[in-house]
Design a protein around this ligand. Structure first.
Ligand SMILES: [Fe+2]
Ligand SMILES: [Fe+2]
Length: 331
């Protein structure tokens, strides 16, 4: 990205076209309060989304505007006024998070973009109280599953960490890790589908958490931690009664932070009440959170993340953590 020579071009959205196949980044600037602009970005999205890095400059820093930009296909969002330095830093960021030595595939990039847009759209729906596109999320989850089955987990981790950030990166990583875990366990197709749907929706309750807390670098204080811990029950409330959301998905959304020894939240469930799909999702969630690419600290190696899972002992199911070794370290 940003090689020694870089061509820069700017066009009005109405006439935007991506003429070259080897463009690394596009910067889209539009006032997303204006419906016409949203339509123009949507109309050009086929072209824009072929470019791996899509930085949107928006005029309002409201949570909804940010989520809207992601739903339109942004991989990164900045709020105006933006200095040249900030913009160049954002454009150059990706190299810092390129960790795994394997080529991301365009199939992976497409699945990641579709997944991020679907997660952003469910967050936007959760914030505005509009209907959630359950079928869209399931279909985005299926694309991710196909991609993992074809190209493997490492390629997926690479693509997602390079091109996506924050909550969207997290949800995409969890979905990929959970699918790969399911495949490695030899789960039936229908069970893998349940798993990727649960993973796509698992953190939807975070739509109710202020961004200042959600994206805070470093340690959270007690009040902030308590706020974060409301997200599984909030997610359950958001999805309850939604057509297409099965009881298993609802259970996974509400209980993915429960531990077998009863020390989790929100309900302090014990082992007998935690379903297999939830146990699998919890392990995938913790691992994915540990290996996320963040701007403020280096990415944790997969080996170290797996050691942390092993250290959690009675909280997680031992045989499952043992089976996860293959996914964590080799796939
Ligand atoms: Fe969560
Ligand atoms: Fe999570």
């Amino acid at each position: 990205m940003l090689e020694q020579t870089c061509a820069v071009t700017s066009e009005l959205l109405g006439g935007a076209s991506v003429r070259s196949s080897n463009i690394d980044a596009v910067v889209v600037t539009a006032d997303l309060r204006v419906l016409e602009n949203i339509s123009a970005v949507k109309a050009a999205s086929g072209e824009i989304n072929r470019v791996p890095k899509r930085v949107f400059l928006i005029n309002q820093s409201t949570r909804l505007a940010v989520v809207q930009a992601y739903a339109l296909g942004a991989t990164h969002v900045l709020t105006n006024p933006v200095s040249q330095v900030q913009l160049l830093k954002k454009l150059a960021d990706s190299d810092a998070s390129a960790i795994v030595q394997c080529e991301p595939t365009s199939r992976g990039q497409e699945a990641a973009s579709a997944g991020a847009a679907s997660i952003a759209s469910m967050f936007s729906a959760a914030m505005t109280g509009s209907p959630i596109d359950v079928a869209g999320a399931k279909s985005a989850g299926s694309k991710i599953a196909d991609c993992i089955a074809e190209d493997g987990l490492s390629s997926w981790l690479e693509t997602v960490r390079r091109h996506h950030e924050g909550t969207y990166q997290h949800c995409l990583l969890v979905t990929g890790v959970a699918v790969d875990f399911g495949l490695s366990l030899g789960m039936a197709k229908a069970d893998v589908e349940r798993l990727h749907s649960a993973a796509m929706f698992h953190d939807i309750g975070k739509a109710r958490i202020p961004l200042a807390v959600l994206d805070k670098p470093g340690r959270l204080d007690d009040r902030e931690r308590a706020l974060i811990e409301t997200h599984p029950a909030a997610g359950y409330e958001i999805l309850k009664g939604t057509a297409g959301i099965s009881p298993e998905i609802l259970d996974a959304v509400r209980h993915h932070h429960e531990y077998l020894d009863g020390s989790g939240y929100p309900d302090g469930l014990g082992a007998e009440s935690i379903a297999d799909i939830v146990r699998i999702l919890t392990i995938s969630d913790i691992f994915a959170a540990l290996i996320e690419a963040r701007t403020y600290k280096p990415t944790m190696p997969r080996e170290k993340a797996y050691e942390i899972l092993l250290d959690m002992k009675t909280k997680l199911e031992r045989p499952l953590v043992a089976a996860f070794r293959e996914v964590a370290l080799k796939r």
